[in-house]
Design a protein around this ligand. Structure first.
Ligand code: PLP
Length: 368
């Protein structure tokens, strides 16, 4: 029986070589490779600046810290806990909004319902690699004068009207091993705002202002910063991975297409996600709706060595420590009962993909 993981990173000899070379220089923390990685990443996303750091969660915290007010932050409940944790850990209040079933994303209409005088920002999460409908959302935040943050942890290389996610607002990316590229742990923040860029550079490195140097030994701290740095050799890995991103995403898209064709042929109880015109999907995850007996299929796949899962059950507003912010979120609750995430990664073999199809067909036949 095969053992098919849900996610698998692809680190090759070139990646190991650049990491080794970096380590051999003896410079073990934030260094030259960070600057190279940041420059190339900003170019790829189409923003003026990019700042590498130790996680997307840190990037989310920084994106909230640069807003000089505290208040309410609108977020989906349909996301990983980091999105809410960043809001709470920066002294703000999360306000949950519902998502659309097909895209699994926030919409301008749902965000609008949650805006109050206390709203300081909205964090959109581009779920699983599909961008939110950014035209209406950017128009809304502009009109309402609220900050736009994009949790693009799952969306590296996905576009809305040919523009990369992470270039509409403050972009926050993750390089956790399950993501489209990896630095093991790691993240990146993207922005076009120079003032924000300068402040975040200080925030991630103990608040030290590198430009204020009366003497060469001086270290002037401007603000209470963090240590959110990404080490030099991991930045080298990130830069090497970035060169392969388009190839990785092409492989992911090919696999997703095969899943779509398979489920469309199989029909009920499966419903595939429709990717509309003007959107490209980076398929950090492949998700399908199973309208009946989802849990039975999950258990069956697990028993057969296929690591299927659910992102996310429970959704955030059902998590114990977040229940106090809870509200009725009809679509989010439907998704948490019906969604299924299936293995997808560049090296998923045809043989293993066919095995997944065969097992799902078998389950379907037995559950007619
Ligand atoms: C939507 C979303 N936001 C934030 C994160 C957190 O990323 P990191 O582990 O890099 O902090 C993840 C990763 O799982 C995610 O999927």
């Amino acid at each position: 029986m095969p053992n098919i993981p849900l996610f698998k990173s692809k680190i090759d000899n070139k990646d190991f070589k650049v990491m080794n070379e970096s380590l051999k220089t003896g410079w073990l923390t934030h260094g030259k490779n960070n600057l190279i990685f940041e420059k190339n990443f900003a170019k790829y996303i189409g923003t003026k600046f990019a700042i590498s750091m130790n996680s997307c969660t840190s990037a989310l915290e920084c994106s909230l810290k640069i807003i000089k007010k505290k208040g309410e932050v609108i977020i989906p409940s349909w996301t990983w806990v980091s999105t809410a944790n960043a809001v709470i850990n920066t002294g703000n209040k999360p306000v949950f909004a519902d998502v659309e079933i097909n895209s699994r994303n926030l919409t301008a209409e749902e965000i609008k319902k949650k805006i109050t005088k206390k709203t300081i920002a909205v964090i959109v999460v581009h779920y699983s690699g599909l961008p939110c409908d950014m035209k209406k959302i950017t128009e809304l935040v502009k009109r309402k004068k609220i900050n736009l943050i994009e949790d693009s942890a799952e969306t590296l290389g996905a576009t809305y009207k040919k523009k990369q996610t992470g270039s509409f607002g403050t972009g926050c990316f993750s390089f956790f091993p399950t993501k489209n590229i990896t630095t093991t742990e790691g993240g990146m923040l993207t922005t076009n705002n120079e003032k924000h860029y300068n402040e975040i550079k200080k925030l991630i490195a103990h608040g030290i202002n590198k430009d204020k140097k009366k003497f060469f030994w001086y270290r002037v701290a401007d603000l209470p910063g963090h240590n959110f740095r990404l080490p030099n050799h991991l930045a080298a890995l990130g830069n090497s991975q970035l060169k392969k991103l388009n190839k990785f995403n092409l492989a992911r898209r090919k696999i997703a297409k095969q899943y779509d064709m398979f489920f469309n042929k199989l029909g009920s109880p499966f419903e595939v996600q429709i990717v509309k015109k003007n959107f490209t999907h980076s398929y950090q995850m492949y998700s399908v709706l199973v309208k009946e007996k989802r849990n039975s299929l999950l258990k069956f796949l697990k028993k057969n060595g296929i690591d299927a899962s659910v992102h996310f059950d429970p959704p955030l507003h059902k998590q114990n420590y977040l229940k106090k912010y809870s509200t009725s979120l009809k679509n989010t609750e439907i998704l948490s009962k019906e969604i299924l995430t299936l293995p997808i990664y560049p090296d998923l073999s045809k043989k293993n993909l066919n095995f997944i199809f065969q097992k799902i067909k078998q389950w379907s036949k037995n559950n007619k």
